[in-house]
Design a protein around this ligand. Structure first.
Ligand code: F6R
Length: 611
């Protein structure tokens, strides 16, 4: 239950467990959050057992009902199966199995895989006699290998069979799975948080592998039974890091973790002379010098981090930089070659859309760098190089600290390229790094002043729509602010480039419409400040209620705004690391005022491992 609780952020449409006992499989499953399953088990406990599987679901095929919940038990109550991902050829497989006389009780693709596995297991038993052996060679292992060969799409499948108590067998393709190595006990999890209470020793599984665990053994093969190896590593955080630490929600904790997240991401990546040392970036310097285009691939919040980074990378490195949603990139015949550097950004490192886009780019000969927050996850593993964001585990479904850490890491990458290619003087890089080093303390200052924005948000709980405006790096920040509000408070929100408003969206403005504006610093030669102030006036003249995020000391915005929130001074390119924070707090407080679960917003899941 503890493991499922830690993994619940990945999906919370239903939860279930199955344990193996002398009499067969005992199972409990319930639609809705894990709490429903816990209540069910309190009322009707399962028998004691040493082997079991559990699952929390994010619905793909079939609604979030008890019947569609996992595990799916087949083979006369002897085989239990759970599954993440999508089995793309489930329809023809199901048609085949129906012809053979099998029946189905759910609408899921998972049950098809379970029935197929049961069918293969049964025919192996007929050929090889009664099963009983453990480890590789176990019939369940062989059945899983054969089943996996027939499945298409993305899957992590776990199975346990009453005929082979003491083992759990799993197969993975395009979907995450890690092994936890305990002492006299072993674990499987979609990520390490599932077993972090018990062990920090983990083994990454490769693509298309089957693993069989018992209390004392871990045996890995490919889908054809050939022995294979996983890579062992030590998780660099512990169970305490995955707790709320006294905050009412993970999201609030993670917003407050942000000074640390940025500081940790900067740590140890430059020397005293301001020279960047990115040891992990194992792509030949000569190759990086020949890069003539960068494409950033990401989704959601991570894509907004990429959009912020584009401004900095182009400014510092003079390399044309595109930012593209991973799921759009792959299907538009993009122009990619050996001189393209692909920078993927993913908190989880498992987002299927991004993984597929990276694979596609690699096939075209591009070099790939992953900016990622999850050690050992698939995208960094499949990339040529990785730059980890050291934000610590992000549990709340809506991303916050990962976003700031991603911008920080992407900036380090940009500065590194500029250093390598001689676009900036070492002194300039040193100055930017010094400014970056001051950011954590400035974020802490924004957090200290959170009360004012919380009060405003709480007073706006009945708001039906909010617009966000920004220019330059403030534009992706505006979009991120809108996304946070949509996903947490279920309020319609849009982020616009402030200059675009007059080309259409200004028609949306009516009396009392809240508009949140990210205002750039008034300092500096090329400041866009006055342009944004004009945009504020334009919406205000049409009745908008303006809420402004501006730099400390910028008194000129006061007369144009109902509310002003000040952030500490910084350079224009670093401002997103500060201006985002009040927008996160705004969404958190408004959703809280509406009584919503900010850690697990409806319909969402943290790791989107389906396309
Ligand atoms: C929004 C959010 C999502 C993710 C997106 C990509 O708060 O969390 O938009 O940013 O699903 O996820 P990763 O970064 O794991 O690839």
């Amino acid at each position: 239950m503890e493991g499922l609780r830690r993994l619940e952020y990945r999906g919370y449409d239903s939860a279930g467990v199955a344990v193996v006992t002398a009499d067969g499989i005992s199972m409990a499953k319930k639609s809705g959050k894990l709490a429903n399953l816990i209540a069910e088990l309190a009322a009707n406990p399962l028998p004691a057992s040493m082997t079991g599987i559990g699952h929390t679901r994010w619905a793909t095929h079939g609604g979030p009902t008890d019947k569609n919940a996992h595990p799916h038990v087949v083979d006369d109550g002897k085989l239990a199966v759970i599954h993440n991902g999508i089995i793309e050829n489930y329809a023809p497989l199901k048609a085949d199995l129906l012809k053979q006389g099998y029946t189905f009780v759910s609408e899921t693709d998972t049950e098809v895989a379970a029935v197929l596995l049961g069918d293969i297991y049964r025919s192996l038993t007929e050929v090889e006699g009664a099963a009983g052996s453990e480890g590789t060679g176990a019939l369940l292992t062989e059945a899983m290998q054969l089943a996996a060969q027939r499945l298409e799409g993305a899957f992590t499948l776990l199975a346990t069979h009453a005929g082979q108590p003491g083992i759990v067998v799993a197969a993975r393709r395009n979907s995450p799975l890690v092994v936890g190595l305990g002492d006299g006990e072993n674990f499987l999890g979609s990520d390490v948080s599932g077993f972090i209470d018990y062990t920090r020793r983990a083994v990454e599984l490769g693509q298309d592998q089957v693993v069989t665990i018992s209390a004392n053994s871990v045996e890995i093969t490919d889908f054809y039974g050939a022995p294979a190896q996983g890579k062992e590593y030590l998780v660099d955080w512990d169970a305490a890091a995955a707790e709320k630490g006294g905050y009412p929600s993970f999201m609030e904790k993670e917003i407050n973790d942000q000074p640390e997240a940025v500081a940790q991401t900067l740590l140890g990546r430059s020397d005293i002379d301001g020279k960047l040392i990115l040891d992990e970036l194992r792509i030949d310097a000569e190759v990086l010098k020949t890069i003539n285009k960068i494409i950033v691939l990401a989704c959601g919040t991570s894509a907004y981090a990429g959009q912020v980074a584009k401004y900095a990378i182009e400014h510092w490195c003079r390399i044309p930089t595109e930012v593209e949603l991973s799921h759009e990139f792959r299907y538009r015949d993009p122009i990619v070659d050996e001189k393209t550097l692909i920078v993927s950004i993913s908190q989880s490192g498992e987002t299927m859309d991004t993984l597929m886009a990276v694979r596609y780019a690699k096939e075209q000969g591009a070099k790939t760098v992953s900016i990622c927050n999850t050690n050992g996850s698939t995208i960094p593993r499949e990339s040529d190089a990785v730059l980890y964001t050291h934000a610590g585990p992000e549990i709340a479904v809506a991303s916050t600290k990962a976003f700031l850490a991603q911008i920080t890491a992407a900036y380090l990458l940009g500065l590194y390229l500029a250093q390598l290619r001689g676009n900036l003087f070492q002194g300039q890089i040193k100055d930017i790094l010094a400014d970056l080093a001051k950011v954590p303390a400035k974020i802490a200052k924004v957090l200290d002043n959170a009360e004012q924005i919380k009060e405003l948000a709480t007073s706006m709980a009945d708001t039906r729509t909010v617009l966000f405006l920004g220019r330059h790096v403030g534009y992706p920040v505006a979009m991120e602010g809108a996304l946070k509000l949509k996903e947490l408070a279920y309020i319609h929100a849009e982020g616009f480039a402030a200059g675009e408003l007059k080309h259409g969206p200004i028609a949306l403005i009516e009396e009392g419409q809240p508009v949140i504006v990210v205002v750039p610093s008034p300092r500096g030669r090329d400041s866009l400040h006055s342009k944004v102030v004009s945009n504020i006036q334009e919406v205000r003249a049409r009745g908008a209620k303006t809420i402004v995020i501006a730099e400390e000391g910028d008194e000129s915005v006061r007369e144009h705004a109902e509310h002003v929130f000040y952030i500490p001074e910084t350079t224009p390119l670093l401002a997103p690391l500060l201006t985002t924070v009040p927008l996160q707090i705004f969404a958190l407080a408004l959703a809280t005022a509406k009584g919503y679960d900010v850690d697990q917003p409806r319909n969402l899941a943290k790791s989107v491992t389906v396309e």
